[in-house]
Design a binder for this molecule. Structure first.
Ligand SMILES: Cc1cc2nc3c(=O)[nH]c(=O)nc-3n(C[C@H](O)[C@H](O)[C@H](O)COP(=O)(O)O)c2cc1C
Ligand SMILES: [Mn+2]
Length: 463
């Protein structure tokens, strides 16, 4: 065992994770002072996708360091969680299934690291909140876990949303259509109440994954914080608030106690999204920050839109589609959400087809399992779904465009995708599997594997 899990509950604590990364040579330390406006993101981009995360030790204008990159490499994530990289979606889907069958609810404890310091006044400008892309509208919180409660039932909900800093104690939040937080806010409005919530920054991957678990796997009315308990191997610890009925995460680096007044909005955006485009400016819900708590030596966490989001929303989506397809479609072997597809617009499904027509069943089931998907490609089990060249080979040689392309018009999709204005657009499925029953003309040629052991071979340097 080399992963941090051998250290027990350390996986719940971002501080312990940063120490683990440091000991393993997986933490880049930027010791020079860095400007949180544009410079931080520019430096992070140089390390994006590599085998190390990055800690910015000195941030201009703030006393606190900034950490990024925990999710941008699956190889790093596999090491941390002590799992083979290819089994990560399976592992995540097992944890979610265990939680569905046997939830371990979070517990409320009396105190914890996040309550070590409570700021006397709320002043967001003391926090090292970075501005990432060139045209971003301002500094953004983009990696915090939101905990809210359904005003009708009191059941908790967890999610991740982006928040633009728009004042010393004010944020503007982007809530995509269909999110459970939108539902909580609507129910608060119907009761003429405000919606309190906590924004928990600097948490471990168990809680991050719990918050990113899609609604299809964690329906409204189930306390998805229990998913974090499953990843941690012990109940997630929360601390009660003195000013609302919503708890904060005991092990977080920072916890902001916030409130939305239904109907109150503020211009939010632009923000460089995971799609590679800027989200537009629009009036979106205003958030009032009531209290800031943090550890004595907190580290602020941020996520650069790109590979890090592909591996968080994408990995969770993959896990969910895989577990659903394996239940519904005989022969489904594996699922990959390609990075060219922004991590959650294009699913490649591998199937060992048992009957004619089941590749198309897999297409339809995948679309139903994860609404943001715009494209699904189904290939046979001799195709490497993580190699775009191999997937293209299957499309170029096995897809019959007359019969293998399925277009679905006027369907709900992801509003951030520019081809889905107002969340409506067309989706396309590609059945790139061999005709069934299989015939030898579609068999893949290959060379016989040979060992290099004991052979005298000279490989020259290239001059
Ligand atoms: C880094 C990151 C940023 C995200 N930003 C947003 C966002 O700004 N707005 C949003 O609605 N969803 C965002 N999401 C997706 C939601 O957090 C995710 O779909 C979650 O499952 C929603 O929770 P719910 O099912 O309880 O509604 C983000 C996810 C990640 C991992
Ligand atoms: Mn939810």
């Amino acid at each position: 065992m080399t992963g941090i899990q051998s250290g027990g509950a350390a996986i719940a604590d971002l501080g312990a994770i940063i120490d683990w990364l440091d000991r393993r040579g997986r933490l880049v330390r930027v010791r020079s002072e860095v400007d949180p406006v544009h410079q931080l993101a520019g430096i992070a981009a140089k390390f994006e996708g590599g085998p190390r995360a990055v800690l910015f030790e000195k941030i201009k204008g703030s006393a606190y360091p900034v950490f990024t990159g925990l999710y941008w490499s699956r190889e790093l994530l596999g090491e941390l969680l002590d799992r083979p990289v290819l089994s990560l979606p399976q592992y995540v889907s097992e944890c979610i299934r265990d939680w569905q069958q046997n939830p371990v609810p979070p517990v409320v404890v009396r105190s914890g690291p996040v309550r070590e310091v409570t700021e006397e006044k709320v002043d967001l400008s003391v926090l090292p909140v970075p501005t990432h892309a060139e045209l971003d509208g301002g500094p953004y919180f983009d990696a915090g876990v939101v905990i809210a409660k359904d005003p009708e039932t009191g059941i908790r909900n967890a999610s991740i949303q982006r928040f633009q800093v728009v004042g010393k104690d004010r944020l503007a939040i982007n809530i995509d259509a269909g999110r459970h937080l939108e539902l909580c806010l609507a129910r608060a409005a119907a009761r003429n109440q405000t919606l309190p919530f906590t924004l928990n920054i600097g948490v471990g991957p168990g809680l991050h994954f719990a918050a990113a678990t899609p609604a299809e796997a964690a329906p409204f009315g189930s306390d998805e914080l229990g998913i974090a308990s499953r990843f941690h191997g012990r109940p997630l610890e929360l601390i009660a608030s003195n000013i609302s009925n919503v708890e904060m995460v005991a092990d977080a680096m920072f916890a902001l106690e916030c409130e939305m007044l239904p109907g109150e909005v503020h211009a939010e955006g632009p923000f460089a999204e995971v799609t590679g485009y800027y989200a537009t400016v629009a009036p979106r819900p205003l958030v009032r920050v009531r209290r800031i708590h943090h550890r004595r030596e907190p580290v602020f966490q941020t996520i650069i839109s790109g590979g890090e989001v592909f591996n968080s929303v994408g990995l969770l989506g993959e896990a969910n589609v895989l577990s659903l397809l394996q239940k519904q479609v005989p022969g489904v072997r594996d699922v990959y959400f390609s990075h060219g597809g922004c991590g959650f617009y294009h699913a490649v499904v591998q199937i060992s087809q048992k009957r004619a027509g089941w590749a198309k069943q897999a297409l339809m089931a995948a679309f139903a399992a994860f609404p943001p998907l715009k494209m699904v490609t189904v290939v046979d089990d001799d195709v490497d779904i993580r190699d775009p060249g191999d997937v293209e080979w299957a499309m170029a040689t096995r897809l019959d465009p007359q019969r293998g392309i399925m277009v679905i018009e006027n369907v709900f999709g992801h509003g951030l995708n520019p081809t889905f204005p107002d969340y409506l657009g067309s989706k396309v499925g590609f059945d790139a599997t061999r005709p069934f029953p299989h015939t030898p003309n579609f068999d893949r040629a290959k060379v016989r594997d040979a060992s290099l052991d004991g052979l005298e071979i000279e490989v020259p340097e290239i001059r």
